[in-house]
Write a protein that binds this ligand. Structure first.
Ligand code: ADP
Ligand code: ZN
Length: 192
């Protein structure tokens, strides 16, 4: 059931793992958990996140539960190719904020024999597929969908409810702007 673990890791090849779900579902926690285990196994790990996400510290990925790991901020996915050098394991957080080139970059890294772990939102605030995550799901060997807890009813939650009347696709992490909701409690935003 668990995706990749120490007992069934592919040998002599790279691959892609995607961790997706709504906000507060534990994507960053799960990414950090896997990356820490790779570090414990003495693998060379490097972590990236897009520039747009400056909610917390700019040189770390940070979960809502305040776990963190050092990371490098990049503007364009293509910068990642030049920075990975001999890293064996590549972590990428908030991948929904990268341009579509991230798909080709992940593919190239996996083709080079690297383990690529990508975390990101699979739905936007309207409940629609959030590119480029759906395309990454299609090319990944391993997929994990994390669920949060619906703040209204306590059911497993897969949607991100925006609690303000803003209509831009990206309104980054200001406190209180988003909450996790289940299918039943999610209210799609009104069309302008
Ligand atoms: P994501 O990266 O998916 O936004 P994080 O890994 O940053 O999620 O944070 C997950 C943590 O958020 C949980 O372990 C929990 O401590 C906290 N949390 C806050 N609200 C919720 C919620 N509604 N459902 C689940 N976890 C929540
Ligand atoms: Zn609910």
């Amino acid at each position: 059931m668990d995706v990749v673990n120490i007992h069934n890791m592919p040998q002599k090849t790279g691959w892609i793992e995607v961790i997706c779900g709504c906000m507060y579902s534990g994507k960053t926690e799960e990414l950090i958990r896997r990356l820490r285990r790779a570090q414990i196994a003495k693998q060379n790990v490097i972590i990236f996140k897009p520039k747009i996400d400056n909610r917390y510290s700019s040189n770390q990925i940070v979960s809502h539960s305040e776990q963190s790991l050092p990371s490098i901020v990049v503007d364009s996915p293509l910068e990642i190719l030049a920075l990975v050098k001999d890293a064996q394991v590549i972590g990428i957080d908030e991948a929904q904020f990268f341009s579509k080139e991230i798909i080709e970059v992940c593919e190239q890294l996996a083709d080079q024999g690297k383990r690529v772990l990508v975390a990101g939102l699979d739905q936007d605030y309207r409940g629609r597929p959030f590119e480029p995550i759906p395309q990454l799901l299609a090319i990944a060997e391993y997929i994990t969908k994390t669920l949060a807890i619906c703040v209204v009813c306590g059911n497993p939650a897969d949607r991100t409810q925006r609690t303000t009347e803003q209509h831009e696709l990206v309104v980054v992490g200001a406190r209180g702007v988003y909450e996790a909701r289940c299918r039943k409690c999610f209210v799609p935003p009104s069309e302008e």
